[in-house]
Write a protein that binds this ligand. Structure first.
Ligand SMILES: NC(=O)C1=CN([C@@H]2O[C@H](COP(=O)(O)OP(=O)(O)OC[C@H]3O[C@@H](n4cnc5c(N)ncnc54)[C@H](OP(=O)(O)O)[C@@H]3O)[C@@H](O)[C@H]2O)C=CC1
Ligand SMILES: C=C(O[C@H]1[C@H](O)[C@@H](CO)O[C@H](OP(=O)(O)OP(=O)(O)OC[C@H]2O[C@@H](n3ccc(=O)[nH]c3=O)[C@H](O)[C@@H]2O)[C@@H]1NC(C)=O)C(=O)O
Length: 369
C-alpha cells in the first residue's frame, strides 16, 4: 500500500509548538499563507483562529513531509518505536527459515509498545501480524505486504507458589523448564517446544497428553480498539489445536497468560523424559515447523504414520524434504515456499488416495497480501 498525504495529517497536539507559544505560531503563519487550513485548532486558540489557522496548516505540511521522508527511509521512529522498512526477512523470523521481506517490521517489549504498534498500523490501514517464534508459520518468498510485529513481551513473575503470570512473548520452552524445576506439574511437555507462550495459547499447544489449556488460569488480551481484557479460563473454549482466540474477530493479541499449577515432586524427571523422547523422535536440529499436519481425529493413526505408510518418508521435492526421522516434519534444505507448499499438497493427495483420509495443516500459511 502506498502512502498518501492524508495519512500523515496530525492534530495540533502533535505539532511541537506549545499552546502558549503564539510567537512561533504567528511566525509560521506569516511564512506560509498560501496553504489552506486542513485541521481544526484547540478551543484555547479559538480567539486567534483567524490569524492562526494558516500556521496550523503549514506546520502540518512540514510534519507531513518529515514523516513521509522518515517512512521511506530504511528505518524510522514513530509512536516511540523503531520500524524497519522493506529490509527484514521473514526467513530470519521463522524456524522454517523461509520467507521474503516484510514491508514493515517492529519489535515490541511491553504492552504499551504493542498497543502503539497496533495503533500505528490501524491509523494507516496497514495489515499486521503478531508473531512469536514463527515456529508454526509458513511465510511466502514474496514476503508480507504489511507490518510484522515481533512479540518480545517476555516477563515472568511467580505471584504465589505455582501461579505464574507470563508475558506472551516468553519462550514456551523455557517456561516448561522453569515450572518443572520449581516442582510444579502441567507444563512439562513445553520444554522442547520452540514457540512462545502467546503462540502456544493461540494454538492450544500440546504434547505427551498435556495441553496448555489445562494449565491456564486466565489470559490478558488486547482488542483491536485498544481495550485490555482479562478472560478467565472458564470463559474460554479449547480443543485439539483449537482455541477461542482463533475465532475472536476483535482480538489484536494475547498479551500475558497466568498459569495455575499443582506441586509434583517428579516434575523435573518427567520434563527430562519428555525432552529425551522428543530428541529421539524429532529432527530438532533441522529447519522445520514441527508437525505440518494435525493428527486426524478419531481414527487412532497419526499423520506421521499415514505419511510413512504412504511411502513418503525421506521424499524430496525441490529442496523441501520429508524427514527420515519423523514423517510429519518437513525439512527446508534450501527450499522456497513454493517447494514446501507443493510438497504439502502432494502429501495430502497421496494420503487421501491411499487411505481416504483428509490431512489438515497445523501450520499457518501467511499470504503475502
Ligand atoms: N508441539 C511441538 O513440538 C510444537 C508446537 N508448536 C506450536 O506452534 C505454536 C507456535 O508458537 P509461536 O512460534 O510463538 O507462534 P508463531 O509465531 O508461529 O505464530 C503462529 C500463529 O499464532 C498466532 N500468535 C502468535 N503469538 C500470538 C499472540 N501473542 N497473540 C495472538 N496470536 C498470536 C499468530 O496469529 P495471527 O496470524 O493471527 O497473528 C500466528 O499466526 C505454539 O502453539 C507451539 O507450541 C510449534 C512447533 C512444535
Ligand atoms: C510436534 C508437534 O507436536 C507433536 C508432539 O510433540 C508429539 C509428542 O507428544 O505428539 C504429536 O506428534 P505425533 O502424534 O506424531 O507423536 P509421535 O509420538 O511422534 O508419533 C505418534 C505415532 O506415530 C508413529 N510415527 C510417527 C512418525 C513417523 O514418521 N512414523 C510413525 O509411524 C509413532 O511411531 C507413534 O506410534 C504432536 N503432533 C501433533 C500433530 O499433534 C507439533 O505440534 O508441532
Amino acid at each position: 500500500m502506498g502512502f498518501t498525504s492524508d495519512m500523515f495529517v496530525r492534530p495540533i497536539s502533535d505539532i511541537k509548538i506549545p499552546n502558549h507559544d503564539y510567537k512561533t505560531i504567528f511566525k509560521t503563519a506569516q511564512q506560509c499563507r498560501q496553504h489552506p487550513p486542513q485541521i481544526s485548532l484547540y478551543a484555547s486558540h479559538y480567539h486567534l483562529m483567524k490569524r492562526v489557522h494558516k500556521a496550523t496548516t503549514i506546520t502540518t505540511t512540514c510534519i507531513l513531509k518529515e514523516e513521509r521522508d522518515r517512512c521511506s527511509s530504511p528505518s524510522f521512529t514513530s509512536h516511540g518505536l523503531r520500524f524497519i522498512r522493506g529490509k527484514k526477512l521473514l526467513s530470519e523470523l521463522s524456524t522454517w527459515r523461509i520467507g521474503g521481506p516484510c514491508k514493515y517490521f517492529v519489535q515490541v517489549f511491553d504492552r504499551n509498545q504493542l498497543l502503539s504498534a497496533i495503533r500505528y498500523c490501524h491509523e494507516r490501514s496497514i495489515r499486521f501480524l503478531i508473531i512469536g517464534k514463527g515456529s508454526n508459520c509458513l511465510f511466502d518468498d514474496a514476503g508480507f505486504d504489511g507490518c510484522v510485529i515481533l512479540n518480545r513481551i517476555d516477563f515472568i513473575e511467580e505471584t504465589k507458589p505455582g501461579i505464574y503470570r507470563v508475558g506472551s512473548g516468553y519462550p514456551f520452552n523455557q517456561l516448561g523448564v522453569r515450572c518443572s524445576n520449581d516442582g510444579f506439574t502441567g507444563l512439562e511437555f513445553a520444554s522442547g517446544v520452540p514457540g512462545t507462550v502467546g503462540g502456544g495459547a493461540f494454538m492450544n499447544a500440546g504434547a505427551n497428553g498435556q495441553e496448555i489449556s489445562d494449565a491456564i488460569y486466565s489470559v490478558e488480551i488486547l482488542q483491536t480498539d485498544g481495550r485490555l481484557e482479562t478472560i478467565n479460563r472458564n470463559d474460554l473454549a479449547f480443543g485439539y489445536r483449537k482455541s477461542s482466540f482463533q475465532d475472536m474477530q476483535d482480538l489484536a493479541a494475547i498479551v500475558a497468560v497466568t498459569f495455575k499449577l499443582k506441586p509434583f515432586p517428579s516434575a523435573r524427571e518427567q520434563q527430562k523424559e519428555y525432552l529425551t523422547k522428543r530428541r529421539l523422535s524429532q529432527p530438532l536440529g533441522e529447519r522445520s515447523a514441527g508437525s505440518v499436519f494435525k493428527n486426524p481425529e478419531g481414527i487412532g493413526v497419526s499423520a506421521g504414520e499415514l505419511i510413512e505408510k504412504a511411502g513418503l518418508k525421506g521424499f524430496r521435492l525441490g529442496n523441501a524434504k520429508i524427514s527420515e526421522m519423523h514423517a510429519n516434519f518437513f525439512i527446508n534444505c534450501g527450499s522456497t515456499s513454493k517447494d514446501m507448499i507443493e510438497l504439502i499438497n502432494l502429501v495430502k493427495e497421496k494420503v487421501k488416495d491411499k487411505f481416504k483420509v483428509e490431512l489438515r495443516e497445523e501450520i499457518q500459511y501467511v499470504s503475502p497480501i
